[in-house]
Design a protein around this ligand. Structure first.
Ligand code: UDP
Length: 398
C-alpha cells in the first residue's frame, strides 16, 4: 500500500517450486521481506515507477526462469532451498557419473569407503542421491549454470553452522550470496502446510517427561517399503520409549496408511506412542518433551532440529539428504546415521545411543551450541541479520 498518493512500492515476484519443502521457505522469505522493519521501510520509501517489478525470486530448480528474466530485462535472484553442504558436491556429479560412483552396490568393496575427491562423504552416500544419475547431473548442471547468470543467490542457512570448506561455495560463485537463514526463526510458524497438521498431539506431548519422546518423520516425499515400515515399528516398540510417529498417507508403498500394522503392535504401544498423519513439526521440535528427531534430513527438517537443539537419528532417502545426514553424524556430530538402512536392531541401538547414552548427551550439548549460534546470527549485528540488510539494500539498488 502507498504511504501517500505519490509514493508507490515496487513489487518482488516470487515463484516457489510446488513441493512442501520448497513452498515453505519461499513463503517464509516473502514474509521476511515484507515484514522485517527495515525492509518494509526501505521498500515504502523507495521512489519508483508505479507498479514496477523490482526483481523475480525463483526457486533454483526453476533454472529456465533466468531466460524469462533476461527477456523481460528483470533481475532474478535464486532461492536455494536445499543445503549449502550438498552444493559442495555438485561440482563432482560429472566425475561420479563418469567413474560409475552412482552405481556402486552394497556388495562392492568400496561401498563403505570415503570418496577420494570428497573425503567427507562415502560411496554409499552417492549411491543414495538419485536413481537417475544422468537426469540428476543434467538438472544440477542447468541449475548451477543458470544460477551463475542470475543477480544473486539466497541460502536458507546460517554462516556459523558450516565448516570452512562450505565458505568456498559462496566465494567461488561469481554472484553475491546472501546467507540469511534459518527463515522460520524470523516469525512464528507459517500456514504453508499442504497437509493439515494434527495439533491435538501437542496436548499429548504436554503429558510426557522432558526430553523423553522420540519424534519420527520422513518429510513430504520419502517412501518406504512395507517391510521397512515393520522394522521401524519394531525398533520403536522394542526401545520402550514414548514416541510420536508421523505416517504420512502415501509414505508406505502399496498401503493407504497404517493398516498393515499388526494389532499386537498397537496393544503393546498403548498410550506410550502416537501415530499422526502430519504434525505441527516446528512446535513438536520446540516442545520440551521432544528428546530426539528421527528424520530423513530434508534441509528444512535438519535446520528446524538444529534451531531447537534436538539431536537427530538420520535415515536419508535421496537428493541432498544423504550429504546432510553425513554432516549431521560425522562432521557436526549431532546425530547418528542409520548406516544400514531401516533394520530393527540398528534402529534400537541408534535410539539408545541418542536417548540414553553419554554420547547422546554430548550430541545434545553440541547441538545446543549451534542453537545458540543460530540465535546470535539472527540478532542485530549477527551474520544472518547483516546478510538480510545487504539483500534489502541490493534489491533496492535494482
Ligand atoms: N513438516 C510438517 N509436519 C510433518 C512433517 C514435516 O509440518 O509432519 C514440515 C517440516 O516442518 C518441514 C517440511 O514439512 O518444514 C519438510 O521439508 P524438508 O525439507 O524437511 O523435507 P521434504 O518434505 O522436502 O522431503
Amino acid at each position: 500500500r502507498s504511504t501517500h498518493q505519490t509514493e508507490t512500492r515496487r513489487r518482488i515476484v516470487l515463484f516457489p517450486l510446488p513441493f512442501q519443502g520448497h513452498i515453505t521457505p519461499m513463503l517464509q522469505l516473502a514474509s521476511i521481506l515484507q515484514f522485517s522493519r527495515e525492509c518494509l521501510a526501505g521498500l515504502l520509501l523507495e521512489d519508483s515507477i508505479e507498479d514496477s517489478v523490482a526483481c523475480l525470486i525463483t526457486d533454483a530448480a526453476f533454472y529456465f526462469t533466468q531466460a524469462v528474466a533476461d527477456a523481460l530485462k528483470l533481475h532474478r535472484l535464486v532461492l536455494r532451498t536445499g543445503s549449502p553442504v550438498s552444493a559442495l558436491v555438485n561440482g563432482g556429479l560429472t566425475i561420479f557419473s563418469e567413474k560409475g560412483y552412482f552405481n556402486i552396490k552394497k556388495e562392492d568393496p568400496d561401498y563403505e569407503a570415503s570418496v577420494p575427491e570428497y573425503p567427507f562423504i562415502k560411496f554409499k552416500d552417492i549411491a543414495k542421491i538419485t536413481p537417475n544419475p544422468h537426469g540428476f547431473r543434467d538438472l544440477i548442471t542447468n541449475i548451477v549454470r543458470q544460477t551463475t547468470l542470475s543477480s544473486g543467490i539466497i541460502w536458507n542457512s546460517f554462516k556459523e553452522l558450516e565448516e570452512p570448506k562450505v565458505e568456498t561455495i559462496y566465494q567461488e560463485l561469481p554472484i553475491p550470496s546472501f546467507i540469511l537463514g534459518p527463515f522460520h526463526k524470523y516469525s512464528s510458524a507459517s500456514s504453508s502446510s499442504l497437509i493439515e497438521q494434527d495439533r491435538n498431539i501437542l496436548g499429548w506431548l504436554d503429558t510426557q517427561a522432558p526430553k523423553s519422546v522420540i519424534y519420527v518423520s520422513f518429510g513430504s516425499l520419502a517412501h518406504i517399503t512395507k517391510s521397512e515400515f515393520e522394522e521401524v515399528a519394531n525398533g520403536l516398540v522394542n526401545t520402550d520409549l514414548p514416541f510420536l510417529w508421523v505416517v504420512r498417507p502415501g509414505l508406505i508403498a502399496d498401503t493407504e496408511w497404517v493398516e498393515s500394522l499388526p494389532e499386537m503392535f498397537l496393544e503393546r504401544v498403548g498410550d506410550k506412542g502416537r501415530i499422526v498423519k502430519w504434525s505441527p513439526q516446528q512446535d513438536v521440535l520446540a516442545h520440551p518433551a521432544t528428546g530426539c528427531f528421527w528424520t530423513h534430513n530434508g534441509w528444512n527438517s535438519t535446520m528446524e532440529s538444529i534451531c531447537e537443539g534436538v539431536p537427530m537419528i538420520c535415515s536419508p532417502y535421496f537428493s541432498d539428504q544423504p550429504i546432510n545426514a553425513r554432516f549431521v553424524s560425522d562432521i557436526w556430530k549431532i546425530g547418528v546415521l542409520l548406516e544400514d538402512g531401516l533394520q530393527r536392531v540398528g534402529i534400537e541401538m541408534a535410539l539408545r545411543r541418542v536417548m540414553m547414552d553419554k554420547e547422546g548427551e554430548e550430541m545434545r550439548e553440541r547441538i545446543s551450541c549451534l542453537k545458540d549460534k543460530v540465535n546470535l546470527s539472527l540478532k542485530e549485528g549477527g551474520s544472518s541479520h547483516r546478510s538480510l540488510v545487504c539483500l534489502v539494500k541490493y534489491i533496492l539498488s535494482f
